[in-house]
Design a protein around this ligand. Structure first.
Ligand SMILES: [Ca+2]
Length: 222
């Protein structure tokens, strides 16, 4: 009986480990309230300035492009690497285009600057006010699942670019994250957030149920 109890205890500790493991996957949130915070120009024709006020709220990134694109990118540790480990599944960002509407994508490059990676089109960013754009994904999707969810690649548009890398390969080795405006002009960026899978309620229920069983068994023994 004691062996059984210890076995159950081991299972419970294992489950607690799972829960805290999921808990360890944390949100990344960029508010730009003090500086550029590791983000910079996404093309050599883009100018990225940190502005202390006028964001949503506080500081924000003000980008101005003249070469047919604008926006900013980062390859900070928190946003790169294997998304299967970090469990990232959702992106949210506040955008504002102060000239006129700006078609914008969020792009994830694979491995190095030599690869274009995959991007998700957010549509035309509004010119009248800050607006939140968000989308969900699964790092293990097949290419067809990613395409069906609205994702795209530059290679799909121009086959002369570098070798096509699958969506899941890209998400297993992300080199950079970028908010890219698809024409010259202004794109302002604030509150970039990427979130992991929330702790499934079922794990909590199962763990607490198991704890209940153990308590019951112990009482029965006494
Ligand atoms: Ca801000």
């Amino acid at each position: 009986m004691k062996k059984k109890f210890l076995g159950r205890l081991a299972v419970m500790f294992f489950l607690c480990g799972l829960v805290s493991g999921a808990d360890a996957a944390i949100n990344y949130t960029e508010t730009w309230d003090s500086d550029l915070s590791g983000w910079g120009q996404n093309t050599i024709y883009t100018d990225v300035e940190w502005q202390p006020v006028g964001g949503n709220p506080g500081g924000f990134l003000h980008t101005t492009g003249t070469g047919g694109f604008t926006g900013a990118y980062t390859n900070k540790d928190e946003l790169t690497g294997n998304y299967n480990f970090s469990n990232f599944i959702e992106v949210s960002v506040d955008l504002f285009s102060d000239s006129s509407t700006m078609p914008t994508v969020i792009r994830f490059r694979y491995k190095s600057p030599a690869y274009n990676g995959w991007y998700y089109p957010l549509g035309d960013v509004a010119s009248s006010q800050w607006q939140t754009y968000s989308f969900e994904f699964n790092p293990s999707w097949s290419d067809n699942q990613a395409f069906a969810a609205g994702w795209s690649t530059d290679e799909g548009i121009n086959p002369s670019y570098t070798t096509i890398v699958s969506f899941s390969e890209t998400m297993s080795d992300v080199w950079s994250v970028e908010a890219r405006g698809l024409r010259s002009g202004n794109l302002d960026i604030d509150n970039f957030k990427i979130s992991p899978i929330p702790i499934p309620g079922a794990i909590w229920l199962f763990a607490s149920g198991l704890a209940g069983v153990i308590v019951y068994r112990r009482k029965k023994q006494n």
